[in-house]
Design a binder for this molecule. Structure first.
Ligand SMILES: *[C@@H]1O[C@H](CO)[C@@H](O)[C@H](O)[C@H]1NC(C)=O
Ligand SMILES: *[C@@H]1O[C@H](CO)[C@@H](O)[C@H](O)[C@H]1NC(C)=O
Ligand SMILES: *[C@@H]1O[C@H](CO)[C@@H](O)[C@H](O)[C@H]1NC(C)=O
Ligand SMILES: *[C@@H]1O[C@H](CO)[C@@H](O)[C@H](O)[C@H]1NC(C)=O
Length: 641
């Protein structure tokens, strides 16, 4: 007897255990699964993103009956189609629209002024880069318009005014007078006059019509101090004195502050900031090139609530004070990429000291060339199961030992980047010891063998652990690989949940390890670019074992062939981005295979493939409906479809 169909609610409940991308796939299986996947429960907080086109109209109309959502519509202009699209948004979504962004657009004042009064449920509005609105200086100049917009936007929480060349005090004040309770304000990349005072000391009146001044900004911060939590002034020419004034605004208690690329800021202004804004949870200081470890001292002492700290490209930052920063109990994300003087030793010290200690979830040490195996080993042990993301790209001194430490102690990793760690080999990925050369004298052998015993002894923090790989055979033979297959000790296989893996330019890696350890059912992004040794065997094994792949980079892998891709691509049903640039082994046969099997493909890079000519690409767009871009040759301008 046939069992009755499951009720939709039950299927929905089952689907709730899947990740969003898996659920999307499942919804395509049959009608009842599709219906179940449309459950309102799954449709919360959804943002739809698309360029304006004639099909947008129909799409927006179809959103009418659905739960509240957000829209990111790009490439709007002054055309009647663009106007119509905005009209439909007002008519069909109206108060149910939660967020709106119009990137890469040039909308007219009138079409936006028609729309805004209808969006009474709006929480987030991005006018980033919409110079067309502000050029004339007349946006919202009429009282009647302001009143209507005010009524609709009185609950707006986030306002993004970044990259606006023509923003002035006048237009800024008109707009923010409609949004009295902002939580987040972005003025990133705007020309703000921090030093020059257009009012020469007299009170700010109706405002300058030419530029945004510090005094005017301070005015707003004061007026909305009670609600404002987050400020983005990245890429502005903010001066140390201006930062101090902002930090001292009465009643302002910022939780997030972005100052990326503010090159003039000094340590002493940071000290003032940390003293007055000690509730900060996120501080972005990447590219603030004048800052030194003095800033870190202030951060470590004052910002006890800090969760996210970004210091990328702050070249004067050294190890000093990183141990204090590691004492911030709440700290989850630390970005030290390109801080070339950091060796990590002080981090290890801080993390192994008395509590409180940070429980990092994301650590970026890209291009910190002084990082050694011993530090990675200690960090891996100390951070253990809390760490989700680790970027060690271009830490060129790392060897297989680091890989084994990562595989042994960081089982919860979702993202691992080891690009350009050129000394990493198959042995590390397999979790085995590289055999010492029997012909060499024994002291040379010690260099390569378990030399970490000595290295770690020197660190003084930890005893060398007894790792499973110490018992592993010393020569990789077919027999050993067979025995190894079922084991998951300290090989890369242990990172079961991995979603992103970057092994670019780890040129010693070959099929021997990749065919054994790249078995990650959740893997979505993989780069094996510049691995000259790998062949179709790796590709095929990956296709069999990493079925969730969405992005695959194989550039400069000259052994990959048409035959390999013909077998692999049909298995990678979710592939959206494929990079085969500089693959000399492929021809237009691969293009036919892509056309046949890569239905979801959005970008394809076949630049500098000797076996492919531009004309052979012409037929692809008609087969691949999601294709957005084909990159071909070294031409600077990608061909846009
Ligand atoms: C909605 O999604 C954004 C980004 O995906 C996230 O930051 C935000 O916390 C979500 N809001 C809610 C209420 O879930
Ligand atoms: C890589 O290993 C070789 C030999 O073991 C060594 O000579 C070389 O210095 C190492 N390279 C780096 C960048 O550590
Ligand atoms: C493909 O890979 C090459 C080399 O790694 C890179 O330069 C290029 O930007 C990539 N293409 C795309 C579309 O990302
Ligand atoms: C590949 O290109 C050549 C020459 O342009 C053509 O003769 C051949 O039919 C093409 N093969 C495929 C599979 O498209």
């Amino acid at each position: 007897m046939e069992s009755p169909p499951l009720p939709t609610e039950v299927i929905s409940y089952i689907l709730s255990f899947l990740h969003a991308p898996d659920r999307k796939e499942a919804s395509l299986v049959c009608r009842s699964w599709y219906t179940a996947s449309q459950d309102h429960h799954f449709q919360k907080n959804v943002t739809f993103k698309f360029p304006v086109s004639s099909s947008s109209l129909e799409f927006i109309r179809a959103l009418a009956g659905r739960p509240p959502c957000g829209l990111v519509i790009s490439h709007l202009d002054g055309s009647s189609l663009s106007r119509q699209v905005l009209e439909e948004v007002g008519a069909h979504l109206g108060p149910r629209l939660e967020s709106l962004a119009l990137p890469g657009s040039s909308v007219t004042e009138s079409s936006l002024l028609n729309l805004l009064p209808q969006l009474s449920g709006l929480r987030k509005l991005s006018l980033k880069g919409l110079d067309s609105l502000f050029m004339s200086g007349a946006f919202l100049s009429r009282e009647e318009h302001r009143k209507k917009v005010q009524l609709a936007l009185k609950n707006l929480e986030e306002l993004d005014l970044s990259d606006l060349r023509y923003l002035s005090d006048l237009s800024f004040n008109r707009l923010t007078s409609c949004t009295p309770r902002l939580h987040h304000l972005s003025l990133a990349g705007c020309h703000i006059a921090f030093e020059f005072d257009p009012y020469r000391g007299s009170p700010v009146g109706s405002g300058s019509s030419a530029l945004v001044s510090l005094r005017n900004l301070l005015n707003l911060l004061q007026n909305q101090a009670l609600s404002l939590q987050s400020l983005d002034l990245s890429g502005t020419s903010i001066t140390p004195e201006s930062l101090r004034s902002i930090a001292r605004t009465p009643s302002l208690h910022l939780q997030q502050l972005s100052l990326r690329g503010c090159k003039e800021l000094t340590d002493s202004s940071m000290e003032t900031l940390c003293r007055y804004q000690c509730g900060l949870k996120m501080l972005e200081l990447s590219g603030c090139v004048e800052l030194t470890s003095r800033t870190l001292v202030a951060v470590g002492l004052q910002l006890k609530e800090l969760k996210v700290l970004r210091l990328s490209c702050d070249w004067k930052v050294t190890d000093k004070a990183l141990s204090e920063v590691m004492g911030l109990r709440q700290l989850k994300t630390l970005d030290l990429s390109e801080c070339v003087h950091v060796s990590g030793v002080e981090m290890v010290k801080g993390l192994s000291g008395p509590p409180p200690r940070a429980q990092l979830e994301s650590l970026n040490l890209r291009n910190c060339m002084y990082i050694r195996d011993s530090v990675v080993f200690s960090l891996a042990q100390l951070l253990g199961t809390s760490l989700r993301e680790l970027d060690l790209s271009s830490c060129v001194y790392l060897t297989d030992l680091s890989v084994r430490a990562i595989a042994s102690f960081l089982p919860a990793l979702l993202l691992l980047r080891l690009a350009c760690c050129r000394n990493i080999s198959d042995w590390g990925l397999l979790g085995m010891l590289e055999p010492t050369d029997p012909c060499q004298p024994s002291d040379e052998g010690e260099e390569k063998g378990p030399s970490f015993t000595r290295t770690f002894g020197n660190m003084g923090f930890f005893q060398p652990p007894s790792l499973p790989f110490q018992e592993k055979p010393r020569l990789v033979t077919a027999e050993h690989l067979q025995a190894f297959r079922g084991q998951e000790g300290a090989s890369l296989l242990a990172l079961r949940g991995l979603q992103t893996l970057d092994l670019t330019a780890c040129a010693r890696i070959t099929d021997a390890s990749l065919t054994q350890v790249l078995r990650f059912p959740e893997l979505q992004r993989l780069s094996l670019s510049m691995l000259p040794e790998i062949s179709d065997a790796s590709l095929l094994s990956i296709a069999r074992h990493c079925r969730s792949l969405r992005s695959l980079v194989l550039s400069h892998c000259s052994q990959i062939s048409d035959q390999g891709l013909a077998q692999a691509l049909p298995l990678l049903r979710r592939l959206q981005h494929l990079n085969l640039s500089y693959c000399d082994g492929i021809t237009n046969r691969t293009l036919s295979i892509i056309a046949l099997h890569c239905e979801r493909l959005q970008t394809l890079d076949v630049s500098m493939c000797k076996g492919i000519t531009e004309r052979q690409l012409d037929f692809l767009p008609s087969h691949l409906h999601f294709l957005e871009r084909i990159h071909f040759r070294g031409t600077e301008q990608p061909s846009i479809l």
